[in-house]
Design a protein around this ligand. Structure first.
Ligand code: 5RP
Length: 212
């Protein structure tokens, strides 16, 4: 099975968590694009969605799926999103698409987080994929110096501005044996908006498209 087919199958498998009348939290990325296509086939069934990015909002609206604001909806029953890496405990690296902050907010606001990935994203230990960190622009070099102390090599994703007007540092060379601790420590650095480690609020269910 190709990675693209894995993404498509995982996205389709997530549809079994969608129930009539739901407001569904929707992540960002190429795997989620397949989920949005599947959701469009059942748009009459659901009440609305809450979107994690301008990119997903555009895709949802193009397919006639209503998008609401999280402040109006309150807690969500379901959030479906992709990831860049997933460890055996369902801890994730996210943010390859620079949407990590809104993704983390919706994940925190949701009772169930279903993560859809192709099988190549399953790893024993997180860190081969560079860890994205969203930063306030004026704090970029301050945060980068602090991240070096964790043994990583932060690289500015030059030219990328997040939906929140911030910048991204991608931290290369980490081996993340304790994702929960590292998430908490990076959260303490002044100038960090969001670290793309999803350990405190990890996925409840991970679908790889290999399920029967
Ligand atoms: C965006 C993300 C995505 O979920 C992640 O990058 C995976 O993307 P794709 O499904 O395109 O491989 O975290 O910020």
């Amino acid at each position: 099975m190709s990675n693209e087919e894995g993404k498509r199958r995982a996205a389709r498998a997530a549809m079994r968590f969608v129930e009539p009348g739901m407001i569904v939290g929707v992540g960002t990325g190429s795997t989620v694009a397949h989920f949005i296509d599947a959701l469009a086939e059942r748009r009459a069934d659901i009440e609305a969605t809450v979107s994690s990015s301008e990119q997903s909002t555009r895709l949802l609206k193009e397919r006639g799926i209503p998008v609401r604001e999280l402040n109006e909806t309150g807690e969500l029953a379901l959030y479906v999103d992709g990831a860049d890496e997933c460890d055996p405990h369902n801890c994730l690296i996210k943010g390859g698409g620079a949407a990590l902050t809104r993704e983390k907010i919706i994940a925190a606001a949701s009772r169930q987080f279903v993560c859809i990935i192709d099988p190549s994203k399953k790893v024993g230990v997180l860190g081969k994929f560079p860890l994205p960190v969203e930063v306030i622009p004026m704090a970029r070099s301050l945060v980068a110096r602090a991240l070096v102390k964790f043994g990583g090599n932060p690289v500015w994703r030059d030219g990328v501005v997040t939906d929140n007007g911030n910048w991204i540092l991608d931290v290369h060379g980490l081996r993340i044996a304790d994702p929960l601790a590292l998430e908490s420590e990076i959260n303490q650095i002044v100038g960090v908006v969001t670290v793309g480690l999803f350990a405190a609020r990890r996925a409840d269910v991970v679908l790889t498209g290999e399920e029967t």
